[in-house]
Design a protein around this ligand. Structure first.
Ligand code: PLP
Length: 420
């Protein structure tokens, strides 16, 4: 339940007017909270020059949010051509964009290459020969295999499809050098929603040791290591926030030590998505129905097209009922949308204040991998996105999908192949 007290207070004073003005359902993001987290992150890693966060665009691919990140000096981690185009659309370019793809097509490399300067992060040694133009600066994603354990969402490194194997990593750089690469970075991403900072600390140490090996073997220096995203947020009330300060201190110390030993050290990059925006967004939805059969159901006007995580991962999202924060009458219910899929539930057997039709439900921590993951199954349309700005105003930053959008891909030129 890390929706901060600050956000809850800010939202609670405007939510009724916002519901009247914009209509539900909507995701609303807290600019103040996002800026505070960005500044906190920068402070925690300020022990060394050159720290940089590349916001993982897939977590919240909205230009208005990306502009906030840009103002904080952050770059963008993109994993598809349209994500690269989105970053470019707000004026990001060159080495502010890191292209971390996997199973990459040549077309995708071409988009990433188009301004000649985005950082390519290659997912396999076989891709070295497939990059149309080998850039000067190249990065590889390292997969340590059995040397590390992963966690639930990404899985064990040995089973994960990502990255260059331990056996191939030196050769990958060797081949890139043959094709003209002159500057280097090394990347990894092993965990998702990890709350234990020590896991991330181990990852930094692992990358530094790999960088040292490859650097000695090939007589090259590395400009950066990128420890990936995957920083967790406490979705459940009993969970604690990740200790970013401790991670900052430990990584600074590791880099200092690396520098004392080698006479140089790489910069530290990361590409957090969830940590940056997750707690700073909520899904606001209205109670429209109640149903009492074998279980009690609270029907709301949002469905899983707005938020896939509960249905996909059985993820917990805390819920509060606006205005009933200290209500004393409770019941145990499933909170459901309208899809013809029984996994279309925002909460299962959750004890909540008794609701009435018209009550406003606030589903927490939807600021990352929320709206972005939504889909159109069952012709459910994705909701709008709003931004609660630092001056207290609320701006529409994406309209809701319409039936016209749903029909848009049915509007095409006749195309028949006489293939027999
Ligand atoms: C998804 C992803 C991220 C962001 O993950 P979070 O859990 O949101 O921090 C970063 N890098 C890569 C390569 C990813 O695939």
């Amino acid at each position: 339940m890390p929706m901060s007290g600050g956000f809850q207070t800010r939202l609670s004073s405007v939510v009724e007017k916002a519901v009247k003005h914009f209509g539900t359902p909507f995701h609303i993001y807290d600019e103040t909270g996002i800026i505070e987290t960005a500044q906190y992150l920068k402070r925690a890693f300020s022990g060394r020059e050159g720290f940089k966060e590349f916001f993982a665009v897939k977590a919240l691919p909205n230009p208005s949010i990306m502009k906030i990140m840009q103002e904080q000096g952050f770059g963008f981690d993109c994993s598809s051509s349209p994500e690269v185009m989105l970053a470019r659309s707000i004026g990001s370019s060159g080495e502010d964009i890191m292209f971390t793809s996997n199973n990459t097509s040549t077309e995708q490399f071409e988009t990433a290459d188009a301004d000649g300067g985005s950082i390519l992060n290659l997912d396999d040694i076989s891709l070295v020969s497939k990059v149309p133009i080998m850039p000067e600066l190249i990065c590889f994603r390292y997969n340590p295999g059995p040397r590390r354990r992963g966690n639930k969402i990404i899985g064990n490194p040995v089973e994960a499809k990502y990255g260059v194997s331990h056996e191939n990593i030196s050769d990958a750089y060797r081949e890139a050098i043959k094709r003209g690469a002159k500057r280097f970075g090394m990347h990894t991403m092993l965990a998702s929603n990890e709350l234990n900072y020590e896991y991330m600390s181990e990852t930094t140490l692992m990358l530094l040791s790999m960088v040292e090996n490859v650097s000695n073997a090939l007589n090259i220096k590395f400009e950066f290591i990128n420890i990936g995203g995957g920083f967790g947020i406490p979705y459940r009330p009993e969970q604690k926030v990740m200790n970013i300060e401790a991670l900052g201190n430990e990584t600074t110390e590791m880099l200092n030590q690396f520098e004392r030993k080698n006479g140089w050290a790489p910069k530290l990059f990361m590409e957090s998505g969830r940590y940056m925006t997750g707690p700073h967004g909520v899904l606001v939805t209205t109670v429209i129905n109640h149903k009492d059969i074998y279980r009690k159901y609270v029907g709301v006007d949002a469905s899983m097209s707005s938020l896939m995580r509960p249905g996909m991962y059985e993820a917990y999202h805390h819920i509060h009922i606006h205005g009933k924060e200290s209500y004393s009458e409770y019941e145990t219910v499933d909170v459901v949308g309208s899809l013809c899929e029984n996994i279309d539930k925002f909460a299962v057997q959750r004890t909540l204040p008794v609701t009435a039709v018209g009550d406003i439900l606030v589903i927490h921590d939807t600021g990352a991998h929320g709206h972005a993951m939504g889909f159109n199954y069952n012709a459910n349309l994705r909701p709008k996105e709003l931004l609660l700005k630092t001056d207290g105003s609320i701006e529409l930053i994406r309209r809701a999908e319409t039936v016209t959008d749903y029909f848009a891909t049915l509007n095409f030129d006749k195309d028949i192949c006489l293939c027999s």
